[in-house]
Design a protein around this ligand. Sequence first.
Ligand code: NAI
Ligand code: MG
Length: 350
Amino acid sequence: MPLIAVLPGDGIGPEVTTQARRVLEALDLGLDFEEAPVGGAGYLASGRPLPPDTLALAKRANAVLFGAIGDPRFEALERQLRPEAALLGIRRELGLFANLRPATLFPGLESATSLKPEAVDGLDIVIVRELVGDVYFGEKGRRTNVEGLRQGYDVMSYNEAEVERIAKVGFEMAKRRKRKLCSVDKANVLETSQLWRDVVNEMSTDYPEIELTHMYVDNAAMQLVRRPNAFDVIVTGNLFGDILSDQASMCAGSIGMLPSASLRAWSGDNGMYEPIHGSAPDIAGQGKANPCAAILSAAMLLRHSLNDEASAQKVEKAVGAALAKGARTADLGGSLSTTEMGDAVLRELA
Ligand code: NAI
Ligand code: MG
């Protein structure tokens, strides 16, 4: 029986994860669920954002269903005790280097986006973000420089193997879609990006059927709101991918709509699945959060970790059907609570 580790986290994490778990349970696939605290909840339970038992469960499980972390009560703690340390820790410990972030616009949500409806009509793009390298994992620190000024630094670096494995995910993904891959970097300024571009170009000879383009990240930010549909698959580093995917969420109506999968192989491994949003302290505990991103993350779990494409599509269709009937949480201009939105999806699933 496949084991699903459920790590709800803090803030709206538990609220949305509950709905995602309900959906998985309703499919009656004989899954085992085991829950463990992480982030602010981990700190409260054991004084550590990533308790060893939680990490062990994540490693043991066939897949991890993750909520969100970032309880502001713990913001003042030293970096390794803050909730965010748990997320970086799991990603690193599980080697989850490939973060897939699809951005699709469900019919009917055109009015929820901040862009012109015709610009986002039929939106269907995927951002492939590198997840365990870049400036997030490089050497970082504070020091006093020679002039006696306080200085902070974070080193950005990628080696060729790290670029190659994420670029491969981008190429393979493009192969199964519209065969267009856009690699986003800042090669006009950054040495890291120069290497990134060299490696991606070298690999492109193995993928003659893929139309490869390169774009600087600042231009990509502009194109993403100008003509998002011109993209198919975007492959990029950790920092640029983080920013561009939040931006892409606005093309899809709400950040509460965007799921993600974090993998360490193309498919079939014990990946981690989570909405791209954070713990949303401004709405936590009020039952207002949109659970769709979490529910769609569960669909990705079915697809990538359990190789159950049929069930994945069933869940995605149920979300689409609920939205088509007008089910909306506040972020989408409606008034349903988190649980009511979950109910609406479950009704369609039945
Ligand atoms: P956020 O994604 O938590 O919230 C940004 C805005 O979007 C807020 O106004 C929030 O109310 C809204 N929002 C987010 N998810 C929503 C949902 N499902 N339904 C309706 N509205 C939603 O980002 P923010 O505010 O920058 O960060 C809050 C905390 O979360 C921070 O501590 C941050 O470090 C952490 N964080 C954690 C992530 C994770 O667990 N993967 C990812 C991003 C941030
Ligand atoms: Mg982010």
